[in-house]
Write a protein that binds this ligand. Structure first.
Ligand SMILES: [Zn+2]
Length: 95
């Protein structure tokens, strides 16, 4: 899954295909493209993040650890502008 991180307000928003979602301060927005694979993000403070889908169940299970047990941790990665799945835009642009 792809997430939008705003480096201005530090909000993190999960992206969807049917709606352009905004961070809390409103300077960063993003949404998935129709193919459900690539994503667009707008705004100079927008950072596109990726979380491998197969790690999500692991995180859900990690909620059930007992006190003293090790926390479940997984990796999150920043998707750079040169990645074929990432489309970074200046604020105000629809394309
Ligand atoms: Zn923000």
């Amino acid at each position: 899954m792809k997430l939008l991180l705003c480096s201005g307000c530090h909000d993190v928003v999960a992206l969807v295909t049917d709606e352009r979602r905004a961070c809390r301060c409103g300077s960063s927005t993003g949404r998935y493209r129709e193919d459900g694979w690539a994503a667009d993000v707008w705004g100079p403070q927008a950072v596109l993040l990726g979380l491998r889908n197969e790690l999500v169940p692991e995180l859900v299970l990690g909620q059930g650890v007992e006190p003293g047990e090790k926390y479940v941790t997984v990796g999150l990665h920043a998707i750079p502008p040169w990645d074929p799945r990432a489309f970074y835009h200046d604020e105000g642009s629809e394309d």
